[in-house]
Design a protein around this ligand. Sequence first.
Ligand SMILES: *Cc1c(COP(=O)(O)O)cnc(C)c1O
Length: 423
Amino acid sequence: MKKVPFVTKEKLEEIVRDVPTPFHIYDEAGIRRNCEAIKKAFAWNQGYKEYFAVKACPNPFLIKIMKEYGCGCDCSSLTELMLSQAVGCVGDDIMFSSNATPAEEFRYARKYNAIINLDDFTHIAFLEKVTGSLPKKLSCRYNPGGMFKVSNDIMDNPGDSKYGMTKEQLFEAYRVLKEKGVEEFGIHAFLASNTVTNEYYPLLAKVLFETVVEIREKTGVEISFINLSGGVGIPYRPDQEPNDILEIGEGVRKVYEEVLVPAGLGKAAIYTEMGRFMTGPYGGLVTTAIHEKHIHKEYIGCDACAVNLMRPAIYGAYHHITVMGKEHAPCDHMYDVTGSLCENCDKFAIDRMLPEIAIGDLLFIHDTGAHGFAMGYNYNGKLRSAEVLLKEDGSYQVIRRAETPRDYFATFDGFDVYDKLFL
Ligand SMILES: *Cc1c(COP(=O)(O)O)cnc(C)c1O
């Protein structure tokens, strides 16, 4: 599918006069449309709820928009819990799916009645010890091990993943939890990441639903919510077909009717914790071409770098690039598009065919709405960029200002001398 930016060159030029590049921009209309589609896809399940994976795009302005559609927050750290609270999510609106969890974070999650999803069998005793008791409602994370396949293609390798409990541990966990007075139970599994196929959720659902039936047989525990977690992907490449969330929801419904309903478990609620699918395509990184360099290859240097978007640098991930205003020009120039970090992996694209780029051109790097800004860091003393929301009515709002050197200096006690430097 042809990839087209959700914002025009004229609009970007207007924004750039006010907010210098680089910045991430988000598409409110796109996020809202997607929320509607997800609600529709799972409307067949009474208790359905999406817990947006906060780590994908931790901006309260965006989380607030999703909350309007009934979304809660999936958190895995203290500050993510705080962020959720800041937008008014507490109690059952928070899923706390963490691992190697510090005691302080369990205490905080308990204090605000978040639903806790235990990553390990030993966390039962740990949680009880550090919070003084167990909550009435708890979830356990399952890791079936082995390879996870869709029509013989390996999707991921749970056997090599640090998360969750084995099946034996899972059974034992529910037995122990029941004995200790827990009354409401959930199950969770995350078996493959960024799946661009409509089969992933239905296949995962089958694994989980059959396990839920087995859990009741073996332990007498009835699971009341089943969390399919994240992993629904997006087409980063133009040749990929986007997932159809309606078909995915329908696929899960079929398995539900086949496995859970006949077992008398047709009241179980389905939860999801999508991150990438919620915001990924509705964000873009806007950067200006500030240098060109002709050595053994042709380079375009931009004012963004891997601290603004690290996926290409660490995974070799593909992010489509549109040269604004040159959408119809022939892609007859081969470039490496780079940032300024002192790391050769700091390249947004390698050997990419693009229209001829001129200094000053605005580049729109697609699909940065999830795991984009969120993975930012301060290497080379680089500062985090601004985030801008393109609103439904066409206006824009800065939803996070860019960091300044003062922010960078603020954590050096005794050297927070920013104001005294040569300015
Ligand atoms: C990362 C993560 C998610 C979200 O994953 P996406 O691939 O972004 O949908 C959901 N749940 C947990 C526990 C995660 O770690």
